[in-house]
Design a binder for this molecule. Structure first.
Ligand code: UT7
Length: 326
């Protein structure tokens, strides 16, 4: 049976770090509040000239090197992001050029924080149906560019960075076993960026709305996230014919440690099977799972034959989960 196997992982985090303590100087917040309510201690921040395609290309190069694959072998580039360099052309096309993936088709996927899982599902479908053999999936975000630092509820949550995986068609038992994705568009306004596109265009008269940055109903999102996360995990495990006891490692979207803890408790998963890095990187949306995966692989936390679970949720609302045999 042909499966899509992840044969290389990589990530990139911008050099600049913004700690909670540093945030205290210009946001009405405290290190204690942020740690207690979210688990975040610091986040990385892209330099002014650093775009999603640059961060994504850096992560992609690391993934290609680890896979032993040359850029010209890539058939397709899927870039999950909600912060593309510009709305046209796609950041995926810029990334394709910067990576040297000259033969590859390229497209952006926007499913917010679930984007990486959505893109993985598409890559898996391309590969299992024989349409493509080698696919690069990248999650990259420049979320600090969207932040209004006067909005403390969102200003403290987000960070920048990129993660990437190279998938290849392979005979055998290893690779993506199954993916589940879903959406509920009736909840669009719970987490959104109102300004800057067609609904509220970039004009002088719209300056106040454009300055809103990321708008979020945190409490409502929290409730729905706990529910969606739990359900996404239950469904994907059922699809895979597995139970929580079969899992070797859970690599969740890193939004809030309390949301992750509640999902792990519901599954009965011990702490050592849950990979966390949000204390160091914050919420990097579509980049969150691939950065965590790349770090987990580099730390030797993922071994051949392991059953690995990814799960994410985010604006849309969207959610998604994937089970992989490593
Ligand atoms: O990737 C998906 C995207 N986002 C999420 O998944 C976020 C989901 N939601 C959450 O993670 C949580 O709701 C938050 C971390 C955003 C907020 O935590 P919370 O425990 O739900 O806090 P809250 O919104 O209920 O606010 C509690 C208090 C409020 O003050 P009062 O009304 O009790 O006096 C807020 O004004 O905390 C205040 N507050 C803050 N205080 C210090 C809100 N933000 C801050 C802040 N620093 N940054």
């Amino acid at each position: 049976m042909i499966r899509a196997r992840i044969i290389g992982t990589g990530h990139y985090l911008p050099e600049k770090i913004l700690t909670n303590k540093q945030l205290e100087a210009f946001v009405d917040t405290s290190d204690e509040w942020i740690r207690q309510r979210t688990g975040i201690c610091q986040r990385h921040m892209a330099a002014p000239n650093e775009k999603v395609s640059d961060m994504g290309a850096a992560a992609a190069k690391m993934a290609l090197e680890n896979a032993g694959v040359s850029p010209e072998e890539i058939d397709y580039v899927l870039l999950a992001t909600l912060t593309p360099d510009s709305c046209m052309p796609s950041a995926a096309c810029r990334l394709q050029y910067k990576t040297g993936a000259t033969r590859a088709a390229a497209v952006d996927i926007n499913a917010a924080c679930s984007g990486f899982v959505y893109a993985l599902q598409m890559a898996d479908s391309f590969i299992r149906t024989g349409v493509h053999k080698t696919v690069l999936v990248v999650g990259a975000e420049n979320l600090t560019a969207l932040i209004n630092w006067d909005q403390r509820d969102t200003a403290v949550l987000f960070g920048d960075g990129a993660g990437a995986v190279v998938l290849r068609a392979e005979e055998g038992k290893r690779g993506i076993l199954t993916t589940y994705t879903g959406a509920d568009g009736s909840a669009c306004d719970i987490l959104h960026v109102p300004g800057g596109q067609v609904m509220i265009p970039l004009t002088q008269e719209h300056m106040d709305e454009l300055n809103l940055g990321i708008v979020m109903d945190g409490r409502e999102l929290y409730k729905r996230a706990v529910r969606a996360f739990g359900e996404a995990i239950e469904v994907v495990l059922k699809q895979a014919g597995l139970t929580a006891e079969d899992l070797d490692i859970f690599i969740p979207h890193q939004a809030n440690v309390r949301i992750i803890d509640s999902a792990a408790q519901r599954l009965g998963l011990p702490n050592e099977k849950v990979f966390l890095n949000l204390d160091k990187v914050g919420n990097t949306s579509a980049a969150s799972i691939p950065i965590a995966l790349s770090e987990a692989v580099a730390e030797g936390r993922v071994k051949e034959g392991d059953i690995v679970l990814f799960a994410g949720f985010g604006a849309g609302l969207t959610w998604g989960s994937t089970v992989v045999r490593w």
